[in-house]
Design a protein around this ligand. Structure first.
Ligand SMILES: [Zn+2]
Length: 318
């Protein structure tokens, strides 16, 4: 039996998602906030939780739907206001220190601050699930180029940050686990080892979403397929997670309203899901952004029962 999940935007988190989650067959709903670097999106999400979302979360929990958070959190974990006093906490780009993205992973104080603030963020989020998804900044070229870091690939820098985050959340909850997100420029096989409790989350955003990921004519998809197989030599497949874009209406709408109708065919979702499950991956999720009241007004209810049916078919054959 596969674990299914959807990741929606905090802005789309409305009571209707209780029924939609049941229709989709999911037991876990992730809340995400689109994070433009410099926007302090985590503070904004925490404000929204405290204003009016906490009671809604309880209603989901009463319906056996667990809420967790999937967040580009580095900006919150290493406040950029520290730059004026301690520029070496931050990354070097073209010979200059910058507080635009992420950090210098060779600076032990930077990792210690990230670790301590991961503890604080876990405490503030108060989620039931042991799985945490604190991601680095949402950027393709966001890592450090200083003399100490330049030999470390984006994936290795990502792993060092994730290990520091895990240390912090484990101080809050000794059973916590932390996602290592294979995404954006962190698409190499890391040589830095994941600490015990770090699991793979694979998000193939740049693939062609209109062809199955196994399509032999799609170079980017083929690269993702090869990378995933390599990553599964490091991370146990049963603990690994896929984060797909099947219902990421924001992506298909160019991140602008109005939302377009969910565009993907069930054949593509079935083919992708079949491939992922053939690798032994048990947890498969998709973004499901921009699905809210306005989407329903324009397009009717989202076809989330398809998601459930795909996995019912896979489970019935396994
Ligand atoms: Zn550095």
């Amino acid at each position: 039996m596969k674990n299914l999940g959807l990741v929606i935007l905090i802005e789309d988190f409305i009571p209707e998602w209780i029924e939609w989650s049941k229709k989709a067959g999911i037991a876990t709903l992730g809340l995400h906030k689109i994070a433009i670097p410099g926007s302090d999106s985590v503070s904004d999400l925490l404000r929204q939780l405290d204003n009016d979302k906490r009671s809604l979360i309880s209603r989901f929990q009463d319906n056996a739907i667990s809420i967790q958070y999937e967040l580009h959190a580095l900006e919150w974990l290493l406040p950029r206001s520290l730059f004026s006093d301690k520029p070496k906490l931050f990354r070097e780009k073209e010979g200059k220190r910058n507080n635009d993205l992420n950090c210098c992973v060779s600076n032990s104080e930077a990792l210690e601050i990230i670790s301590q603030n991961s503890y604080t963020l876990a405490k503030l989020l108060k989620q039931e699930s042991f799985d945490y998804f604190f991601w680095t900044d949402d950027a393709f070229d966001g890592f450090c180029e200083c003399d100490m870091c330049s030999s470390l690939s984006p994936s290795d820098q990502n792993m060092l940050i994730v290990n520091a985050m895990l240390k912090g959340v484990r101080a809050y909850n000794s059973k916590a686990r932390m996602s290592y997100l294979a995404y954006a420029s962190a698409l190499q096989v890391p040589t830095v080892k994941p600490d015990d409790g770090v699991f793979l989350e694979f998000a193939p955003m740049d693939r062609n979403h209109f062809k199955p990921i196994t399509d032999q004519n799609e170079e980017k998809s083929q690269n993702y397929v090869s990378l995933l197989k390599e990553l599964l030599k490091i991370f146990p497949s049963c603990d690994s997670q896929i984060l797909e874009y099947w219902y990421d209406i924001a992506l298909y709408s160019g991140y602008k309203y109005p939302p377009v109708k969910a565009p993907l065919s069930i054949d593509i979702i079935s083919a992708d899901a079949g491939f992922y499950t053939s690798l032994g991956i048990d947890t498969i999720k998709s973004f499901a952004s921009y699905i809210s009241s306005e989407y329903c007004k324009l397009h009717g209810e989202p076809p989330l029962d398809e998601f459930n049916n795909v996995f019912k078919n896979i489970n019935s054959k396994s």
